[in-house]
Design a protein around this ligand. Structure first.
Ligand code: AHM
Ligand code: MG
Length: 334
């Protein structure tokens, strides 16, 4: 039985807004726009096998990767709602080479910018495995009224105003964080609304799951290798051996670990010292969410949220998860 008494995403964000007497409603509007794009993407993801939307477009994106049709669809939906909404001055996306400033009077006067990975876990699209969208919101640093600049986007993660993700999985869920907390909303397909299903998410201090692409094991540094070997041993202090779970869609892997407790690792490799994951729109939003939920995220040396970005699409090694598991990882690899 669906509980009709739960708050919708709009009701929740408006209620949150009332906690700030000077709030303009722009952030609430931006989250509503993101929710709308997510619903549209959800519809396409759900019927993906039935319509001609699986497979590649034949294009290569800014990262030199093949673009899937659904990547492109999701990118255009998120870009479109933000361009036509009243809360976003510009965007950056995994699928676009450069930033896009929205050149109309309303957008130029908006105080927020948004970055996103429209469809994360692209390699899972064609095989019906969970995929997701990751997004983050910053206050621009340049004055409103003008077009946004790159410096509005190249901000450290600590300055995020809100961050979130959507998982298109066995159910579709939108999780977002502000400094007031992390909350999850499940899409009630019968009324087409995201409804509060996971209020006040807190990441367990410890867990039993580690998530890593073991195929890369021999390309990791020796300390990471030793840590992974320890994850597989019976261990008095960590309660091991741990269980290994790796979906290959980071949103789904991190979401599971956020709820159940666990650690996710995407270390640098010999070929790719900075790993694979993009700092600005993959690592930072998830790091912000996990920290608000009580967990930790680092690049192996420093806190992800304190990294000063130099490039829009720069990559970073990424370690994220439950507080105690992260501390144990840091102790073993320092
Ligand atoms: P994508 O944005 O092109 O989909 O790449 C990011 C994804 C993450 O979701 C996932 O954790 C990782 O790539 C998997 O990579 P690998 O196949 O190297 O393990
Ligand atoms: Mg991605």
């Amino acid at each position: 039985m669906v509980n009709r008494n739960v708050l919708t995403l709009d009701e929740f964000t408006l209620r949150e807004m009332h906690a700030f007497p000077r709030a303009t409603g722009e952030l609430a509007g931006l989250l509503r726009d993101i929710g709308l794009a997510a619903k549209r993407v959800n519809v396409e993801v759900n019927k993906a096998g039935l319509v001609d939307i699986l497979g590649n477009t034949g294009d290569i994106n800014a990262q030199g990767e093949e673009v899937k049709k659904l990547d492109e669809y999701a990118n255009s939906q998120f870009t479109g709602v933000l361009r036509h909404g009243i809360s976003c001055a510009g965007i950056a996306s995994e699928e676009l080479d450069d930033i896009v400033g929205f050149d109309n009077a309303i957008s130029r006067n908006s105080k927020y910018i948004c970055m996103f990975d429209p469809l994360d876990g692209s390699s899972n699209i064609d095989v019906n495995v969970s995929i997701g969208t990751i997004f983050t919101v910053y206050r621009r640093v340049t004055d409103t009224g003008a077009l946004v600049k790159r410096e509005d986007f190249l901000q450290p993660g600590i300055r995020q105003v809100a961050a979130g993700y959507i998982i298109y999985g066995s159910s579709t869920i939108l999780v977002y964080a502000t400094k007031r907390g992390v909350n999850g909303f499940t899409l009630d397909q019968s009324i087409g609304e995201f409804c509060l299903s996971h209020p006040g998410i807190h990441c367990p201090e410890s867990g039993k799951i580690y998530s890593v692409n073991h195929g890369n094991f021999f390309q990791f540094g020796t300390r990471v290798q030793q840590y992974l070997a320890d994850c597989q041993q019976k261990n008095e202090t960590n309660g091991g051996p741990y269980t290994q779970r790796y979906i290959g869609s980071m949103v789904a892997d991190v979401h599971r670990n956020l709820i159940k407790g666990g650690i996710f690792l995407y270390p640098g490799t010999q070929q790719r010292p900075n790993g694979k994951l993009r700092l600005l729109y993959e690592c930072n939003p998830l790091a912000y969410i996990i920290e608000i939920a009580g967990g930790k995220a680092t690049d192996g040396k420093q806190r992800i949220l304190e990294k000063e970005p130099a490039e829009l699409h720069e990559r970073s090694p990424f370690f994220i998860g439950s507080k105690k598991m992260m501390e144990e990882f840091e102790d073993e690899t320092k």
